[in-house]
Design a protein around this ligand. Structure first.
Ligand SMILES: Cc1cc2nc3c(=O)[nH]c(=O)nc-3n(C[C@H](O)[C@H](O)[C@H](O)COP(=O)(O)OP(=O)(O)OC[C@H]3O[C@@H](n4cnc5c(N)ncnc54)[C@H](O)[C@@H]3O)c2cc1C
Length: 502
């Protein structure tokens, strides 16, 4: 007999964990079954060393504040990303206060977020970025620094051996965070398990069949026993990371037609020298090289994993046809359909700069990688660093006209009847998981969503409002989340940036 459940979550990453926890709060009586092909939770992109752990709020990532042709800086995207991160912070604060999550320092820690540039043109750009963002409520406390002394005081590791005849500048914000998305995922899943969800690890979802009553038959293989079974669900969420595209294709929903994926793998250099780790306390993001895609922006990141500080530099791009780090070399080939061939070919012809960038990255030796790092750490020594493989990104290719476009964000794909949804893409990813999962709820449960709204407002007081347009509400929410997430001491915006140096 076929097992029945209300909800099937596919994948034990941050997205399924977040959706499961939200549903538990909204409909505690619904049965939830989660299938994960690996033997552990958060072992793909949500693993702490597979991503950079940046609480993306556009405080430091320059790709969210591009320069216009007239030299001004467009901060629209930066404000939007920050708004979305505030939604995540509120849900996590609520979850800590209500026993869903434990000690917040296990998953979120305060760390300055810093943008770094050098060279006269980029220094001028950064100053304009500061002028555009610093007066904005969500970016209060941002500082502009362009003197070697102050640079050296704040970033000693990056200052040692630097030739300051090349001008430098920083945008510095104390209110940034490092997030261990692996730990966060595990805590949310532990809560789901403790409240009755069935968590099946070592179980791979093979296929999805729509039934005449609107439900889905989910065929699953136990990878230990090799036995298959079928579970019937009223709603399926495909939170399978890089595995989401093939599963959504197997479901046959028309909304996935025309989508394809382009895999980009990543590597980081991880510091093995505790003395160096001690000398740097910030997430410092630079500018992507000309022609390089935004996900390649170099950054030197302080990490806090299992309570221990760490340091990484990267990412270095690589290429494999796998859609998951633990995937297969046939993944890309198997995802080709008649409906997505033209978009794939179109992107292949128009994204030559990406292809060139990937080839140059693939040709980079270990010493070439250390040389790249010298822009950040002039006295970098390869013996202090080890190369690690990061998570696999599958960038979205979407049909456009007769060809296609390559997108660098995330997209929720949902069937019109709301019976199935999934998440494609990578950045800004985990930081905006709560907004993404609210989108799933709104699109898949339009009737219930209206009833859920008062409950959701208890969890996310700014729901449906723009904090960027309500300074008082932002301060209220900021103070509450800082307190609940124990970010108060190191993480309070100064409300008065350092004056611009002439
Ligand atoms: C190099 C890199 C750096 C990043 N840096 C950041 C950052 O600094 N900040 C940030 O916010 N985001 C960052 N991201 C993005 C972030 O890591 C992802 O958006 C997020 O982890 C995705 O979570 P997920 O739950 O969708 O996928 P995942 O964590 O990948 O989980 C998907 C799970 O589904 C399982 N699965 C797949 N197929 C099946 C199947 N058929 N059956 C059963 N299970 C299946 C997989 O094994 C996996 O465990 C980064 C990503 C990369 C690659």
């Amino acid at each position: 007999m076929t097992e029945k459940t209300d909800v099937v979550l596919i994948g034990a990453g941050i997205m399924s964990a977040t959706l499961g926890a939200l549903l538990r709060q909204l409909q505690p009586e619904w049965s939830i079954t989660l299938f994960e092909r690996l033997d552990a939770a958060a072992a793909e992109s949500s693993d702490p060393w597979n991503n950079a752990g940046t609480g993306h709020s556009a405080l430091c990532e320059l790709n969210y504040s591009p320069q216009n042709a007239d030299g001004s800086v467009d901060v629209t995207k930066a404000i939007d990303i920050n708004e979305r991160f505030q939604v995540s912070r509120q849900f996590w604060a609520y979850a800590v206060e209500n026993g869903v999550l434990g000690d917040p320092s296990r998953f979120i820690n305060p760390i300055p977020h810093v943008s770094f540039v050098h060279g006269a043109d980029d220094v001028q750009y950064l100053r304009k970025r500061y002028e555009a963002l610093a007066p904005h409520p969500l970016f209060e406390g941002m500082e502009y620094i362009d003197t070697p002394d102050e640079f050296a005081r704040r970033l000693p590791l990056m200052a040692k051996g630097r030739d300051f005849s090349d001008p430098i500048a920083l945008n510095w914000t104390d209110g940034g965070t490092d997030i261990d998305f692996g730990s966060l995922t595990k805590e949310l899943l532990a809560y789901l398990g403790a409240t009755g969800a069935n968590l099946a690890f070592g179980h791979e979802v093979l296929n999805l069949d729509k039934q005449s009553d609107g439900s889905w038959k989910v065929r699953v293989r136990n990878l230990r026993t090799r036995q298959t079974r079928t579970v019937q669900a009223k709603f399926v969420f495909v939170g399978a990371g890089g595995g989401a595209l093939p599963l959504l294709q197997k479901s046959g929903i028309k909304e996935i037609k025309g989508f394809a994926g382009f895999p980009v793998s990543g590597q980081f250099l991880r510091c093995t020298n505790p003395a160096l780790i001690d000398k740097h306390e910030a997430k410092v993001y630079g500018k992507a090289a000309v022609g390089a895609p935004p996900m390649s922006v170099p950054h030197l990141d302080t990490r806090v994993i299992n309570g221990k500080p760490g340091l990484l530099f990267g990412p270095y791009a690589g290429w494999t046809p796998k859609f998951l780090k633990d995937g297969s070399n046939t993944d890309l080939f198997k995802s080709i359909r008649a409906g997505n061939l033209a978009p794939m070919l179109g992107v292949g012809l128009t994204e030559m700069s990406l292809v060139k960038y990937l080839v140059s990255e693939l040709l980079k030796s270990q010493s070439g990688k250390v040389y790249t790092m010298e822009e950040f750490i002039p006295r970098a020594d390869g013996r202090d660093w080890e190369l690690i493989t990061a998570g696999q990104r599958v960038q979205i290719i979407r049909r456009k006209g007769i060809g296609g476009v390559l997108e660098l964000g995330t997209a929720v794909i949902a069937a019109k009847d709301g019976s199935i949804a999934g998440l494609l893409g990578a950045s800004p990813g985990a930081s905006t998981c709560v907004t993404a999962m609210l989108d799933v709820l709104q699109r898949c449960f339009p009737r219930e969503y209206a009833d859920w709204t008062p409950r959701l407002r208890q969890m996310i007081p700014s729901l449906g409002m723009k904090l960027s347009e309500d300074k008082a509400l932002f301060h209220e929410v900021w103070d509450w989340t800082n307190k609940a997430l124990n970010l108060t001491n190191a993480n309070t915006p100064k409300h008065a940036g350092v004056a611009l140096t002439p």
